[in-house]
Design a protein around this ligand. Structure first.
Ligand SMILES: [Zn+2]
Length: 353
């Protein structure tokens, strides 16, 4: 159960020596889902606004976020999605996510947004896009947080979802949209299903950032690379079983956006010590540290860096290199990347208080 995972998170994150350093370290996050980042406090607020299947009581809600397997996670995730009914709801969750990020010194994030599951007759694409854009501008202005978007096809919903996502991305003016992704189930949904949408998105200048190799083997990662032209892979942990694939990722400089706690919580690996991050790094693959759906997994980015520090035996210099790797793997503009690199380097050069 997730409670076991939570104990592991607490134990690993209690490496106090680096915790203060990580908290203050300016960070970039590349694999984090919009709705999956909504805090339990905001979910409770939405559940009270729209009574139904999601509890608004904090204790019941905490139990609601304990998942027995991946399908259970997807079910409850979609129940939270159903709570987002109006442009005000979209603005509330986006602003809340931005505030939670800024509180951890996340200075840049590529937030994976899934328009298909939020856009309805009552919440048309234009209103949805206006709400996220308004929250994005406020985050930059008030929090010093730069947000960019990756629009994500929820694979479980098939071609209608793929077509709608591509249409929202390509037929509208969407400031700060940098990529197209695909997430959700992998079994039964080969990445090549979505080749047409990715072809069109790439032709329009968007980057390709699919999920692959989370719940299925390396063949799905190959499929994402070959069919979708993936430039980064979300998760990709099963690459560790294919030496040729590892060499390909290194040669073509394709990073894996890892989410340590997510992979344990969803039973993709039995525990942190069995996570392949060490093997991936030893093979020379670039990895970035991310949260996926932080409140749903009882984590945040500071905690994930602390877990990585323990697993990889990192000191402050090693943690700084991880933070820089995320900046380099990002789709930020060269100016943003240079500014964030300089900020991280100057923070890391500061003498300990
Ligand atoms: Zn994800």
């Amino acid at each position: 159960m997730l409670t076991t995972c939570q104990r592991d998170v607490d134990r690993l994150a209690s490496v106090a020596v680096t915790e203060g350093f990580i908290a203050g370290l300016p960070k970039a996050e590349l694999h984090v889902h919009h709705v999956g980042s909504v805090s339990q406090r905001v979910v409770a607020e939405l559940a009270a606004r729209h009574p139904g299947t999601v509890p608004s009581d904090p204790d019941e809600l905490a139990r609601f976020f304990i998942f027995k397997d991946f399908p259970h996670f997807i079910r409850n995730y979609l129940a939270v999605v159903d709570l987002i009914k109006t442009a005000e709801d979209v603005h509330l969750i986006t602003s809340g996510v931005a505030a939670d990020m800024a509180a951890q010194n996340i200075r840049y994030a590529e937030l994976t947004v899934t328009p298909y599951i939020s856009i309805t007759d009552d919440l048309p694409a234009e209103a949805f896009l206006e709400a996220i854009e308004d929250a994005r501008r406020a985050a930059a202005r008030d929090l010093g947080l730069e947000l960019q978007w990756i629009f994500d096809i929820p694979a479980d919903f098939g071609m209608p979802a793929a077509d709608l996502t591509a249409s929202v991305a390509l037929d509208h003016e969407v400031p700060a949209l940098v990529g197209l992704g695909v997430g959700g189930s992998e079994q039964g949904f080969p990445r090549s299903m979505f080749r047409d949408q990715f072809d069109r998105a790439r032709a329009a200048g968007l980057h390709s950032v699919p999920h692959a190799g989370e719940t299925t083997g390396p063949e799905t990662i190959w499929d994402a690379l070959v069919s979708l032209g993936a430039e980064r892979i979300e998760h990709g942990i099963t690459a560790v079983h294919d030496q040729r694939l590892l060499a390909h990722l290194v040669q073509h400089k394709i990073p894996l956006d890892l989410c340590l706690t997510s992979s344990v919580a969803l039973r993709q690996v039995p525990d942190f010590d069995h996570h392949p991050i060490r093997e991936l790094l030893a093979a020379g693959v670039t990895v970035t540290i991310n949260t996926d759906d932080p409140p749903m997994f009882g984590t945040d980015l500071t905690t994930e860096y602390a877990i990585a520090a323990r697993l990889l035996d990192l000191d402050e210099r090693g943690l700084t290199e991880l933070a820089l790797a995320a900046v380099d793997a990002s789709f930020a503009t060269p100016e943003s990347r240079a500014a964030l690199r300089a900020e991280i380097s100057s923070y890391a050069a500061m003498p300990a208080p």
